[in-house]
Ligand binder design. Structure first.
Ligand code: ADP
Ligand code: MG
Length: 854
């Protein structure tokens, strides 16, 4: 069993002798030697674990029953009752459910704190355990009081010599009451002063108590003083004669002494953040001179506003002390062994309460085996979820495009206006291999702007048609769908002219005239069309296919998984369609593995030959004259130019006005040439007409809003002017620049930027420095971080990881993925590992729509 928790192991160790004694109707009961001693010891060991009190009490009850040798007649009921009292804990899900208990089960956490913790997403005990420190305070070197240096922060141990409320003068000489203590060690004394929270403090900061003090040392009149230092009670004040020993300091014992719950925030002593079991601390308090237990590395947590970091430290410590040993691991044992990783419970203790000898730098950088264990546990579950999703889909039946299709495609390839590039041919081989199988393909085709993905998609559509199936291509914008239609029709008629199959292609978008749309839908349902190109209108309910065999999604990053799934669901009957996802947003490989973990990946890493370079210049606002000069120069050579304006919803009106004004100004400056304007508000026919004029070279300049961002393909266009370049994302800028340099003549890209943020400048610099899509993607990722980079927060694609960081832990993603794939190969639905299946379901089931797992 992979990574059984210490709790599960202890329970098992206890049940073994009990069950042995109960075997065969207690037949051997009399012959079991040392039953009491064995059971007692096992139960004691269980009670010592970092587990919740209900479990501790169960172990303790058994230990008590078996504390002394039992009479013959007492043995059977003792065994029977012990077994039944342990039964509930034996339930496989008991520990899992216990870890899901709300944070309010932790001593000191009431509704107020629970609400604060919830702001940080900390709702269950497990959330607390997995809330890792963001920093560590190295308190291993303790100062001595006599050598405290004014102006420095110090940690030292001292005994309280005097403690009381005093009248003092606050700011402006106002009289006020402060709580003050004089503390000292053999080298000297120093004053501690608090202006609030004294009522709570006076319970622990008592004459004779020993404290660990941390704070800034300052000079006050002729003495040294610390105001509002952090104090930790090491040893309570001795009880006055005749009273029982105080148990103050046993914060972990629960009901009493919540960590800093009352009083001013942070001023209540945390009362022994219970790293060790409180009981041991009570029995054997460290002698004051021995401060080794205090010289520790103290974790610091990101805490919600209104919750003192130290209070959170106490809360997490309490969670660790009461629950850590319930945590089990999912990572395969062999992998954990091979990498020398500690068990999860041990890893949690290590990161929350590092050992004295810990390497603070490694801790800070999360480079310890303990961190690796926790990161891998998380990534392993994620990759398992993705692998299951993928296995699930791969197991469905699909139509295999084989035999006849291969011949038809070969004819089409020979009929293309140019030979496939090496990279296109390789990608096509991979796709063809998938399509020939009777299970659905799930493949991502990644290739930089202009690398020729459309031609590959065209071949896939031919293969579908040759097999009697239909294909659908979904694009993110109408403009792009229209562009695709023109490209595909051109390719289709070229192939037909050279004796290949004539692909019947049509467009379906929501701005199509009613009659036309109806006719297309009817033809589609009747099987009279081979390929339909459209926008998300394709996934609407009224669209039906006669036989959808291939779904192609272009510019995947704009669609959510749901839309992808909706398109695939358009296939009727038993057969799932093959899925080809195309993106020009190069995603760093490791990230792609996670984000597109359910897809195989093909890469087109080569541009068609003869592409000219694109020179990029950054201009500042006010250099309008240079822009106009560049435009004149370009059109003077008979080439064409784009001028792009950003349009965002919030300022749509003024944005459109800017684009319109620019179009008029340019038209006025170039009276002999046609200047067109396209934007999202234009109706489909007008837009298509303008695009067609530009493609045919009838207009010289196309002023556009970002609707031309993707897909437009006019080789004679050599100049791209982007106005307000600072408002565009890096991927968008790269896409826009990709519109030029598509022919043999060199392209030029002018980015006109206003003053902008640091990120904005970083984007412009990246554009000026490189044209390599992968480098751009890496930069973009670095600037924005993975969440925004993928733009998938809305589409629900980027898994919200708690511990792992897709950037920092990139290399571990590959490790986790490999392990997950191996596990799923052995057991595709994880039915042989119920605990693992439950973990995957609980963590990712909903997000990944896993239905068949477990
Ligand atoms: P993208 O990958 O950005 O979608 P496209 O499919 O739009 O790229 O192709 C960009 C341009 O490259 C188009 O003009 C297309 O006709 C051309 N093209 C595609 N494949 C080849 C090839 N093998 N040789 C020459 N030109 C090609
Ligand atoms: Mg494209």
């Amino acid at each position: 069993m992979a990574g059984a928790s210490p709790f599960a192991a202890a329970l098992e160790a206890l049940r073994r002798p009990l069950e042995f004694a109960a075997r065969d109707g207690f037949a051997r009961l009399a012959r079991v030697k040392e039953l009491e001693a064995t059971v007692h010891a096992a139960a004691r060991r269980g009670a010592e674990l970092a587990i919740p009190r209900d479990a501790v009490r169960a172990f303790e009850a058994v230990a008590a029953r078996f504390a002394a040798p039992l009479a013959e007649a007492e043995r059977e009921p003792a065994v029977r009752e012990s077994l039944s009292s342990l039964a509930p804990f034996q339930e496989p899900a008991w520990a899992e459910q216990a870890l899901e208990r709300p944070v309010t089960v932790i001593p000191g956490v009431g509704p107020r704190r629970a609400a604060l913790l919830a702001q940080r997403g900390l709702q269950s005990v497990l959330d607390l355990l997995l809330h890792l420190p963001s920093r560590y305070d190295d308190r291993r070197s303790l100062a001595v009081v006599g050598e405290l240096a004014v102006g420095h922060r110090a940690t030292f141990v001292a005994r309280v010599l005097l403690a009381d409320f005093v009248s003092t003068r606050g700011r402006g000489g106002r009289p006020m009451r402060a709580f003050q203590a004089v503390v000292g060690d053999e080298t000297g004394t120093v004053n501690l002063k608090w202006f609030h929270g004294g009522d709570t403090l006076k319970k622990t900061v008592q004459k004779g108590a020993t404290l660990l003090v941390t704070g800034d040392v300052r000079r006050w009149r002729f003495a040294k003083e610390l105001t509002h230092p952090e104090t930790e009670l090491i040893e309570p004040a001795p009880p006055p004669p005749g009273e029982p020993a105080s148990t103050a300091g046993s914060g972990g014992s629960g009901e009493s002494a919540p960590p800093g719950e009352s009083g001013a925030p942070g001023e209540a002593a945390p009362l022994g953040a219970p790293a060790a079991k409180p009981s041991t601390r009570e029995v054997a308090p460290a002698p004051p001179a021995d401060t080794s237990a205090l010289r520790r590395i103290v974790p610091d947590y990101p805490s919600p506003e209104g919750l003192h970091p130290r209070a959170l430290r106490g809360i997490v410590a309490a969670a660790v002390a009461e629950y850590a040993d319930l945590v089990s691991g999912n990572l395969p044992d062999a992998l954990a062994r091979e990498r020398g990783l500690p068990e999860p419970a041990e890893a949690l203790r290590f990161v929350h309460d590092p050992p004295q000898a810990g390497d603070v730098t490694a801790l800070l950088e999360r480079r310890t085996p303990a961190h690796e264990r926790l990161v891998l546990e998380e990534l392993y579950l994620l990759e398992l979820g993705l692998a299951c999703e993928r296995a699930q889909r791969a197991a469905e039946p699909a139509l295999a495009f084989a035999g006849a299709a291969a011949h038809g495609v070969d004819t089409a390839i020979a009929a293309l206006p140019w030979p496939l590039t090496g990279a296109q041919a390789r990608a096509w081989r991979e796709i063809r291999g998938d399509l020939a199988r009777p299970h659905p393909m799930s493949r991502l085709l990644q290739g930089d702007v202009g690398s020729g993905k459309t031609a590959v998609a065209f071949l896939a559509a031919i293969a579908a048609a040759e097999s009697g199936a239909q294909a659908a291509l979904m694009a993110p914008t109408e403009l792009l769908a229209e562009q695709h239609l023109r490209t595909l029709e051109r390719l289709a008629s070229g192939v037909a002219a050279r004796g290949g199959r004539r692909l019947r292609v049509a467009l379906l978008t929501s701005s199509l005239p009613r009659a036309e749309a109806t006719a297309t839908r009817r033809a589609l349902a009747a099987g009279e069309l081979d390929l339909v190109v459209g926008t998300h209108a394709l996934v609407q309910g009224v669209v039906a296919f006669a036989r959808l065999g291939l779904a192609i999604v272009d510019e995947q990053h704009r669609f959510g998984v749901l839309q992808r799934a909706a398109l695939a669901a358009k296939a009727r009957g038993e057969l799932a369609p093959h899925l080809l996802v195309m993106t020009a947003t190069p995603i760093p490989r490791t990230l792609a593995l996670t984000v597109y973990g359910d897809l195989d990946i093909s890469v087109i890493d080569e541009l068609p030959p003869g592409r000219a370079a694109v020179a990029t210049e950054i201009l500042r606002a006010g250099e309008g004259r240079r822009v106009m000069a560049a435009l004149r120069e370009c059109v003077g050579r008979g080439e064409q130019a784009y001028v792009v304006y950003p349009v965002v919803e919030e300022s749509e009106k003024s944005d459109l006005r800017a684009a319109t004004t620019a179009a008029e100004r340019i038209a006025a400056a170039l009276p002999e040439l046609r200047v067109d304007l396209v934007h999202g508000r234009l109706d489909a026919a007008a837009r298509a007409a303008a695009m067609a004029r530009f493609e045919r070279g009838e207009s010289a300049v196309l002023v556009a809003t970002t609707v031309i961002e993707v897909g437009v393909d006019v080789p004679n266009a050599t100049l791209m002017v982007v106005e307000h370049a600072e408002r565009f994302g890096l991927a968008q800028l790269h896409q826009l620049r990709g519109r030029v340099g598509r022919g043999a003549r060199p392209g030029r890209c002018l980015l006109v930027a206003r003053a902008s943020s640091e990120d904005g400048e970083a984007r412009l610099r990246a554009m000026a420095e490189t044209t390599d899509g992968f480098v751009i993607a890496e930069r973009d990722l670095a600037i924005r971080g993975p969440g925004e980079f993928l733009g998938t927060r809305q589409s629900g694609r980027l898994p919200d990881l708690r511990i792992a960081d897709l950037m920092r832990d990139a290399r571990l993603i590959a490790v986790a993925r490999e392990a997950a794939l191996a596990a799923v190969r052995r057991d595709p639905t994880l039915q042989r590992s119920p605990a693992l299946a439950r973990s995957v379901q609980r963590r990712w089931g909903e997000r990944l729509a896993l239905v068949g797992v477990g």
